[in-house]
Design a protein around this ligand. Structure first.
Ligand SMILES: Nc1ncnc2c1ncn2[C@@H]1O[C@H](COP(=O)(O)OP(=O)(O)OP(=O)(O)O)[C@@H](O)[C@H]1O
Length: 822
């Protein structure tokens, strides 16, 4: 077994939120997806060995450590029996990866033991042919293909173990995919305390908080730093995760949240004290916060990417604070800024100072401006912090890329020659119990505003995290409106640093709950359909306002022609010229009539439909004068409900009437917006269909209707397992035991009843974990508790009554479970 396995951090989403949420993709689609390439497998944290059973038995021996990084469909527990850090996710259980054990497990053989034929889609295929096919496949297709059958798995593994370069390429591909898909990172940082007892225990990415009654609660995040962590370590993590996206043309946001005095400002700006430049001392450099370091890294990245004066983006910095719901420009002596202006794409405060810097001197310039702004910031003495920030500080670095120099991702954006990427660095004011600790009426007011804006931010995050595409109350406060683009995770990559003060358990637990909600954004913003849906809603609103403006313009001038959308689009409006009679009288086929006479009489008087007609037909008359060859049929709408009058004129006798340009412009805008809306609606429909299909596919896979990976060895015979599960089925009501005999599906009502006894199940699980080596999944009741806080999850209930590791997997909602558990 691999000891390095034990150091693998657990995925926060599989524990906080639960991998339990029904996946958005089929299993086949999810294999090798960024979700597989867990963010916790970054260079430092990634386990060195991901051995297959085959390697674990030491039979294959050929594979390189890199090759072992590629995930195996064989249950990991087989090669690391007894290790609690196994990726014993419910999904794995459903896949059959989580059960089984013992060295005899696994049907795979080392390459020198490959059979002559293997089964692929029910057909016998010669192994050399399979190896050949696997050798020709592009690297990107390997992860998905690997899962299709045991034969492909072996062939691909053989290919990878022979060629380390391929492994590197695959690892790079998976890393790129991972980087592409992850949008929200949440990390926790605890500040050191000089006295008192710490209420938290940090274990890699897990934070245990003991609350007042002594019972610990566990939270899982992307990363957790204890009091010993240095500024550099925190910044390294943040830079590695989010900064590359800024160079790639995406908005990024680094945000510090926490109670007052928990170390937000320290994390963001360092131990900042106004005065001489801290560049002079080495310790000051060590204390530099994320904002300073991130700027240096960004400058480095740009230079190392070969961006120079000719092709680099123009870089500008602005720095403002939100104090008592008003905005102040920190680079302009704390000047108050007028109300926010919402441009098409994002919200910008009017008149905000933007200082431009040169790429070569970016580091020095930006650092000095950051120091200038931070020194201007509103601070005050509070009970917990002698230099407490009384405002939210927002640093914005604007990178303006021109079309030619921008990455391909940006180049396809229509209608603009430049595009702005913004890097937001946000140091939020500390949440505090304003009424309790305020030192004066002014501070009480400040505290109220701080709490109001933070709760508005909480509502925004809550609305987004719910994934229901409901109204997101951005306008509730200046902070949320200003950070509209940055905080959601849908239009920016966000990294939240939740700072905690270990002496204050209640505030710490509250901060961690807030941070957990933030990490829930990950799953909602990732959904293509939900993103499209919010875009459609925005566009629909825009179309409505454009239509309203157009209709107003149509009805605007009552003396002019009553233009309609159709008449503007399709027909050419005209009126007979003053000398129309001459042309008609000299025409070989047309003649002047009383009807022509009456229309000539209203010329110039009535600029309505009876005075101005529209051409409905044009014909050519053969022979005669060339000028009179084209004749037009003109329809004049009848007034007061009378029938329309249709008259023929030579084209030369007509004077064209152009619609007002404002009207045309309004119509064009409306047309464009409507076309875009239709396109987006189509896309949304397709995305929804796609998601539904994936869901169905996933269900089918779960029920064993689609080809699955090779069956895993069970500790009890399949028949025995089935018998046990069927024994359970009547107890949980109308249900269905899957063909794979690993799952039972039942109705919600029955789950509710089951939840009554969940606590008992937890106790059983904890017993099982200690005594049964095969029942590690959710062996810790805390895991069940942590998972239950999420919306939906897979509850894995291990029943040891018959000493076999049968699993009852049920889908339940947190409300139902929490209600009975706590
Ligand atoms: N990780 C740390 N290491 C050393 N000192 C720290 C750390 N975190 C915070 N501190 C110290 O704690 C004090 C309070 O920190 P800081 O001002 O950053 O808190 P804050 O969360 O920004 O508070 P407020 O919201 O009131 O502004 C500072 O003196 C800072 O030096």
């Amino acid at each position: 077994s691999s000891p390095s396995r034990l150091t693998r951090p657990r995925s926060p989403h599989s524990l906080n939120r639960g991998t339990s949420c029904p996946p958005q993709g089929s299993l086949a689609c999810r294999i090798g997806s960024p979700a597989d390439a867990s963010p916790f497998q970054s260079a430092s944290a990634r386990p060195d060995v991901r051995s297959t059973a085959w390697q674990a038995r030491g039979e294959g021996g050929e594979s390189t450590p890199k090759a072992q990084e590629i995930r195996s469909p064989v249950p990991k527990r087989r090669c690391m029996e007894g290790s609690k850090a196994a990726s014993a996710s419910p999904r794995n259980m459903r896949l059959g990866r989580g059960s089984g054990g013992g060295s005899a497990g696994g049907a795979l053989q080392p390459r020198n033991e490959l059979p002559k034929y293997v089964a692929v889609a029910g057909k016998r295929v010669p192994v050399p042919l399979l190896l050949r096919i696997a050798g020709l496949l592009p690297v990107a297709s390997l992860p998905a293909l690997r899962r299709t059958s045991a034969g492909f798995y072996r062939a691909i593994h053989a290919r990878l173990s022979e060629d380390p370069a391929q492994v590197t390429a695959l690892a790079a591909h998976l890393e790129t995919k991972r980087l592409k898909s992850k949008r929200v990172w949440v990390l926790v940082r605890a500040r050191p305390i000089s006295d008192g007892i710490s209420c938290i225990v940090i274990d890699r990415n897990k934070v245990n908080v003991s609350n007042t009654n002594g019972a610990p609660t566990s939270f899982f995040f992307d990363q957790a730093f204890d009091a010993a962590a240095t500024q550099e370590q925190v910044c390294d993590y943040v830079s590695e995760q989010v900064l590359p996206h800024a160079i790639n043309g995406e908005h990024i946001c680094i945000l510090a949240y926490g109670q007052t005095g928990s170390g937000k400002t320290y994390t963001m700006f360092g131990d900042f004290a106004p005065g001489p430049s801290p560049r002079d001392s080495a310790s000051a450099n060590q204390n530099q916060g994320v904002a300073f370091r991130a700027m240096s890294r960004l400058a480095e990245m740009m230079r190392s990417k070969g961006l120079d004066a000719s092709n680099a983006p123009t870089v500008e910095l602005s720095f403002l604070e939100v104090y008592n719901d008003n905005l102040y420009d920190l680079l302009d002596g704390s000047r108050q800024l007028p109300r926010l202006r919402s441009s098409e794409k994002h919200v910008v405060p009017q008149g905000l100072t933007r200082r431009r810097c040169e790429l070569n001197e970016m580091e020095q310039q930006v650092h000095s401006w950051l120091r200038e702004g931070a020194a201007t910031r509103m601070v005050g003495k509070t009970v917990f912090n002698p230099r407490s920030s009384r405002s939210h500080a927002v640093v914005m670095l604007h990178l303006c890329w021109s079309q030619q120099t921008s990455s391909s991702r940006l180049r396809h954006l229509p209608g603009s020659t430049t595009r702005e990427t913004r890097v937001y660095l946000v140091d939020l004011a500390g949440s505090e119990r304003a009424g309790l600790h305020a030192l004066g009426p002014e501070q009480l007011k400040e505290g109220e505003h701080i709490n109001l804006s933070l709760s508005a931010l909480g509502r925004v995050v809550g609305a987004l995290a719910s994934g229901k595409c409901e109204h997101v109350p951005y306008r509730d406060s200046a902070l949320t409106w200003l950070l509209k683009d940055a905080i959601t995770g849908s239009s920016a990559r966000v990294c939240m640093v939740a700072a905690v003060h270990p002496s204050h358990p209640v505030e710490t637990a509250s901060t961690l709950r807030y941070a957990r909600q933030y990490s829930a954004l990950q799953n909602t913003t990732g959904s293509h359909a939900s993103q499209l849906s919010s875009q459609v809603r925005d566009l629909q609103r825009r179309v409505d306002s454009l239509r309203h403006a157009f209709e107003k313009a149509l009805a605007g001038d009552e003396h002019s022609i009553a233009w309609t959308r159709e008449s503007l689009q399709g027909s050419v409006h005209c009126q007979p010229k003053a000398n129309a009679r001459q042309w008609l009288e000299s025409h070989p086929t047309l003649s002047w009539t009383t009807a022509h006479q009456s229309k000539a009489a209203v010329r110039g008087q009535r600029r309505d439909r009876s005075g101005i007609g529209y051409i409905t037909k044009i014909e050519e008359v053969v022979g005669g004068d060339e000028a009179l060859a084209r004749v037009c049929e003109v329809t004049f709408e009848g007034r007061h409900g009378r029938l329309p009058v249709v008259l023929w004129y030579p084209e030369v006798a007509l004077e064209m009437v152009k619609p007002p340009s404002s009207l045309l412009e309004a119509m064009q805008k409306l047309d464009t917006a409507e076309a875009e809306l239709n396109r987006l609606r189509g896309e949304l429909q397709a995305a929804r269909k796609d998601e539904a299909m994936r869901q169905q596919e996933w269900m089918a896979t779960a029920q064993g209707k689609l080809p699955r990976p090779p069956p895993m060895r069970d500790t009890c015979a399949a028949e025995e397992r089935k018998r046990i599960l069927q024994g359970w089925a009547p107890r949980i009501g109308p249900s269905h035991v899957s063909r794979a005999s690993q799952s039972v599906y039942c109705s919600k009502a029955w789950i509710r009843r089951l939840a009554q006894s969940l606590l008992l199940a937890c106790v059983r699980l904890s017993v099982a974990a200690r005594t049964c080596k095969h029942c590690l999944t959710y062996g810790n009741p805390q895991h069940v508790a942590a998972s239950s806080a999420n919306k939906r999850f897979w509850m894995v209930w291990t029943e040891r009554a018959s000493l076999s590791d049968s699993c009852l997997i049920t889908k339940a909602s947190s409300a139902e479970l929490e209600a009975s558990m706590f």
